[in-house]
Design a protein. Sequence first.
Length: 152
Amino acid sequence: MQQCCKHNDYFRYRNRDEIKIIIFAEAMKHTRNTTAKTEILNLISRSKVALSHSEIEMRLDGLCNRVTIYRVLERLEEEGQIHKFVNIDGHLKFAACHDCNDLHHHNHAHFNCVACGSVTCLEKVEPLFKMPPHYQVQQLNFTLSGICPLCI
Ligand SMILES: [Zn+2]
Ligand SMILES: [Zn+2]
Ligand SMILES: [Zn+2]
């Protein structure tokens, strides 16, 4: 009988420890995701040029995996902290937003330098165009390529 109780206690404690471990692991996961989000946002905000997914991954130096980076970038975009656009070479680039909330409200141009490969937001450059009737524009991708001021 006594042995049986001990046995039960053993399992009870073991389960409790396991629960503690699970809670700890969940907390760690949360901390890791929060850290990843802060780090990725810092990286993009501090960068003078737009960054691609692989450039972000390289600069994070193994802090988080590819899937986490994708998720964080998606979340940051939803929150209006960053915007993405397709570069002239077809790769996605990410850059910081200024004064966006959950709705992005910028249609600025991006500049791709063919010499150094940098891609920059030209926040004040917005293309002007006249659409024919019955077209409703929802997104705009306006990328110019040439030589940036640093490479001239
Ligand atoms: Zn934005
Ligand atoms: Zn350049
Ligand atoms: Zn931009």
